[in-house]
Design a protein around this ligand. Sequence first.
Ligand SMILES: *[C@@H]1O[C@H](CO)[C@@H](O)[C@H](O)[C@H]1NC(C)=O
Ligand SMILES: *[C@@H]1O[C@H](CO)[C@@H](O)[C@H](O)[C@H]1NC(C)=O
Ligand SMILES: *[C@@H]1O[C@H](CO)[C@@H](O)[C@H](O)[C@H]1NC(C)=O
Ligand SMILES: *[C@@H]1O[C@H](CO)[C@@H](O)[C@H](O)[C@H]1NC(C)=O
Ligand SMILES: *[C@@H]1O[C@H](CO)[C@@H](O)[C@H](O)[C@H]1NC(C)=O
Length: 569
Amino acid sequence: MLLWSLHLSVWLFQLAVYLDSFHLVKSSEPLRSCEPIRIDRCRGLGYNVTGMPNLVGNELQQEAEMQLQTFFPLIQYNCSSQLAFFLCSVYVPMCTDKVPQPIGPCRPLCESVKSRCLKVLENFGFHWPVALNCSKFPRQNNQHHMCMDGPKPKEYERSGYYHKYDRRSEVVTRVTLPPRPSIPTNSHHFGFCEKYKHSQFFYFINRTRRCAHRCSADVLFSADNKKFAENWVTVWASGCFASTLFSVLTFLADTNKSRYPERAILFLSASYNVYSIAYFIRLIAGRTEVSCHVDSQHEVSILIQEGLDNINCTIVFTLLYFSSMASAVWWLVLTFTWFLAAGLQWSHEAIMRRGTYFHMAAWALPSFQTIAILIMRVVDADELTGTCYVGNQSEKTLMGFVIVPTLIYLLLGVFFLVLGLAAMFYFRSHQEPSVHISNTNEKLEVLTVRVGIFALLFTVPATCVLAANFYEYAYRNRWMSSESTSRPNVEIFTLKIFMSLVVGITTGLWIWSSKMPQHIWKKAWRRFRTGHKKQTSPCYHFISAQEKQLIEFERPKKTKSKKEHVTSV
Ligand SMILES: *[C@@H]1O[C@H](CO)[C@@H](O)[C@H](O)[C@H]1NC(C)=O
Ligand SMILES: *[C@@H]1O[C@H](CO)[C@@H](O)[C@H](O)[C@H]1NC(C)=O
Ligand SMILES: *[C@@H]1O[C@H](CO)[C@@H](O)[C@H](O)[C@H]1NC(C)=O
Ligand SMILES: *[C@@H]1O[C@H](CO)[C@@H](O)[C@H](O)[C@H]1NC(C)=O
Ligand SMILES: *[C@@H]1O[C@H](CO)[C@@H](O)[C@H](O)[C@H]1NC(C)=O
């Protein structure tokens, strides 16, 4: 056995040496071989041969040609006479056997072209491509870094514009461009996206046969709208997070106190807590990291239409959608248990026994919906907030996965609320007064009234969110259409964000108003201070007060016996 493994290691060593020598031989060979330029536009510019990979990493000339084609409208626009040479020198750089590296443009050439063409690009909503970042290119041609200066700018270009290469800040003074006819830019949507407003921002994705717009473009909302929405979300998501965290902790500190209609509020708060966390993820990761994705066909960053392409988008969608649906179902459970307790006068134990069903419904229904959406790949990004959800770019999914489920949950909830109210009044008018006077019953009544009010408070924001979704459903086609001038009302979207987060804040208020927290937090604090001496078992607070007293008495003995047990082992 030993011998065998020795043999193996010797053999492996030999293999490694062999591979290494192979590698050495390979790397001593010239890395690139020159090949004739096969792109028509780049012929006759002063050099005839090129070497791949080029300066942007293309391995094949065909690939380089495809990318170069996206610049043709810009070349036609005639923003700089040096542009064609500059682009060719990047995509099919000069090659000679004497220098291992490809020879590209010098930085001044890049700056000169950028100063003339950037404005045009920006007018059409594009940025200067990162691949053409001028700081990648050498400042001047010398023995360490070879580069090409290219043709000088034409006389008319020099006279009209003030252009100076500034060594310190490496920027070129801004130039003003005379107005020119607009370029025909349907090259990237083949005429399929003409029906949209700002169709120059749109790309036709052959795979999905849909039009998607550039991520950086402002199509429905202005940059100011987006900035405001971001701050707005930050404020309300923080409020929602703090408030729901407080509610959840208060509930957890005293689980045995919360009975069923109230217990649903715990899970409602937890759902809203997750909902606000999803917004935090979006805020921390950033708009483009969550809502954009580089399309493989056009190689531009587009606003996501199939969220599975970007893991950040999928995560934000899953958290937002699942928690918003879970909160809707927990609200339904709240109204249903309230109906059982207040309307049908069910006992706490009877409701508690059905707890498993509530949990099954409240976690399974949203899970099914979320999974269905992920399987159907209909997650999409929202232009205003930069989050991912469903139905942001499609009416069908907005109706099917957002409006219909929330409407069903809301209507059922309202139905149980009304039924509960009716039953309460019915019982009250038919009960004997003696039962009414009893203290516990009165307490219960106060509680049921409060839960009822809370359930109503949920209805108002939920209805607002639903109405905003309806508004979007009804008008989005009109906003997007190039034939109409109507634009979305940003206030409605702002209100929708607020209303979708405000319920989390009201759960905190509900907890505050119940006087429970002062009591519970005081108790928790006391337990924390004395916690070093006595360790309460997890079940400690499920036990009655007398039992607790007994345990306190017996505790020292118990720990002793434990110790003895340990030493005996
Ligand atoms: C490039 O090719 C043309 C025609 O084939 C030739 O006239 C020219 O001298 C070549 N230029 C260089 C730099 O080799
Ligand atoms: C670009 O502009 C110059 C000067 O106005 C003109 O001579 C040239 O023909 C134009 N080129 C194209 C392709 O329009
Ligand atoms: C260009 O590259 C430099 C250095 O790598 C970087 O600081 C700069 O932000 C880049 N500019 C753009 C527009 O990407
Ligand atoms: C995409 O579809 C358009 C129009 O049908 C076509 O002209 C184009 O070549 C297609 N592009 C790719 C990469 O398939
Ligand atoms: C997701 O977000 C992280 C953190 O901002 C970022 O580093 C990563 O590139 C993002 N992923 C995608 C696919 O955009």
